[in-house]
Every structure is written in structure tokens, then in C-alpha cells.
Ligand binder design. Structure first.
Ligand SMILES: NC(=O)CCC(=O)C(=O)O
Length: 268
């Protein structure tokens, strides 16, 4: 599988509609890839809290329409990162969108772990409640978003649901870049799965972004890593490697379930 992670620059001086069109053009340029990934809230900026309500949109809103047509034109599976979704009841969600090469919206994932403690996303958005997987050609992908990376139990639940890779759009700050790299590798090693972690570049709302999107293989080796600025990170994934690693070093099979005090995750 050829995967292209678009580490787009989020600059508050660039109008959202222009960034949307620019992102769509970048997706079209990835024709020939199998999977294209955009970061978390790239249209507005993950820390631009004051713009969340203004830029909120339904699942058939402007971002979804533009991304659907870009996926169709490029003929790729597209994880279009996340949008600020306005749900039917008016609540806001941080919602990831996955399109088929035919341009169909096949999966959505509402971020479960909201960032900010008692501020920002944590108070402005509602939490998702359901882990989500999607069957891509050659592998089942588990979906997670940014802060979710800190919660291994979500990833283990996704493995129990069949995930062989994780796609993690993010708006991770430079200040905690060491955590980003470490956690991406940890989730790959402990779950013996590929991790495709796609962040943003630039500075918005005064928060410098880490960039450094990274793809980690099921052994924990880094397959490719971006720099700090806008960049497309293109990598070839050997999806059969997941089964090989799981067979040759069967740590997942050694899980001991049912030990008092260790919660059992029963899958989805
Ligand atoms: N947008 C986010 O979820 C930010 C997460 C973050 O900054 C962290 O976990 O650290």
C-alpha cells in the first residue's frame, strides 16, 4: 500500500475556504497512492477554539463535498482528517471523515478523548462514544485522533475489532513533540500494527505545531518521518508484515484476560 500523509500548513492568514481548495489540490496530486491522509481540524486549526462554532458544518457540508470530489478525482481512499461537525442536536464534534475512491463517505469517527482538561476542545465539543474501524484494501484500519494517542485502551479495543493499522490525524504542538514520536512508536509496538500519524505544520492561535508526521511499522521501526514544514510524506507499507510480526513474536496472543484488577476489553 502506498500511503501519502499531507502535513498541511495551518496559517490563520489563509482563509479557510482557500485552505480547503488547496488541500483538495494536494489530494488530487496524490493520484497513484492507495491511501491519502490529512490532519486533525486542518481547515480551522486544532487550537483555534474561537473559530470552532463559526466553521462547524454538517457531514454533507463544504469540507465533505470538496474532499469527496478530491477522492473521486484522485481515485484514492481518503482519510480527510477531521472537521468541526455540528451534530443534529447542535452539539459540536471533532469528526474524522473517510472517503472511498468513488467519493463516498464510508466512515466517520467522533474523537473520544477531547483535549484541554477544563478548556478548549474539552468544553466546546461533545465526546464521541464509539471506536471505529474501516476495511481498506489489504488491511483494516482503526481510527483515532490526536489526544486519543495517549489512551492505549482505545487502540487495544481497535485491535480486538481487527485493526492492523491505525490512522491518527493530529494537531500536535511542538512543545510536546517528544511525546508524539514516543506514543506513535509505543502504539505500533504494543499492538504490532502500522501507525500513520499525520500532523499539521505552522503556528495558529499562538501554538506552534510539531509537524513531524510519522509512519511506524508493526515492529516499531520508523518507515518515514516528515520535517517541521508543509510536506507530503509518501511511504510504501508492506501490509503482510503485520501478520509476520504477530506470528514471529506472538505477544498479542500472550494477553492474559480475566485477571482481577485488569479490565477486560471485550472488543466493540
Ligand atoms: N488536539 C489535540 O488533541 C492535542 C493533544 C495534545 O496536545 C497532547 O496530547 O499533548
Amino acid at each position: 500500500m502506498r500511503a501519502s500523509l499531507i502535513q498541511i500548513n495551518v496559517d490563520p492568514a489563509e482563509p479557510v475556504a482557500e485552505r480547503r481548495d488547496r488541500a483538495a489540490a494536494l489530494v488530487r496530486e496524490q493520484a497513484g497512492s492507495d491511501l491519502v491522509v490529512l490532519p486533525e481540524l486542518w481547515h480551522v486549526g486544532a487550537f483555534a477554539f474561537e473559530s470552532f462554532a463559526v466553521e462547524a458544518e454538517p457531514l454533507d457540508g463544504p469540507t465533505a463535498r470538496v474532499m469527496s470530489s478530491a477522492a473521486l478525482d484522485a481515485g484514492v481512499w481518503l482519510h480527510a482528517g477531521s472537521i468541526v461537525e455540528r451534530g443534529a442536536g447542535g452539539d459540536l464534534f471533532n469528526t474524522s471523515l473517510v472517503f472511498s475512491p468513488g467519493g463516498e463517505l464510508v466512515r466517520t469517527y467522533r474523537k473520544i478523548h477531547r483535549f484541554g482538561f477544563d478548556k478548549g476542545e474539552a468544553v466546546l465539543m461533545a465526546a464521541g462514544t464509539e471506536p471505529v474501524t474501516v476495511a481498506l484494501p489489504g488491511a483494516v484500519a482503526g481510527l483515532a485522533t490526536c489526544y486519543d494517542l495517549r489512551f492505549p485502551e482505545l487502540f487495544r479495543a481497535l485491535v480486538d475489532a481487527g485493526a492492523q493499522m491505525f490512522v491518527v490525524p493530529a494537531g500536535w504542538p511542538e512543545r510536546r513533540r517528544a511525546h508524539w514520536s514516543l506514543l506513535a512508536r509505543a502504539r505500533a509496538v504494543e499492538n504490532q500494527a502500522y501507525v500513520l500519524a499525520c500532523g499539521t505544520a505552522g503556528t495558529h492561535a499562538g501554538v506552534e505545531q510539531a509537524g513531524h508526521s510519522v509512519v511506524v511499522d508493526p515492529w516499531g521501526d520508523v518507515v518515514g518521518e516528515a520535517g517541521a514544514g508543509e510536506e507530503v510524506l509518501a511511504v510504501d507499507l508492506d501490509l503482510a508484515r503485520v501478520a509476520r510480526v504477530r506470528d514471529e513474536f506472538p505477544a498479542l496472543k500472550d494477553r492474559v484476560l480475566g485477571v482481577p484488577g485488569i479490565p477486560v476489553i471485550n472488543g466493540l
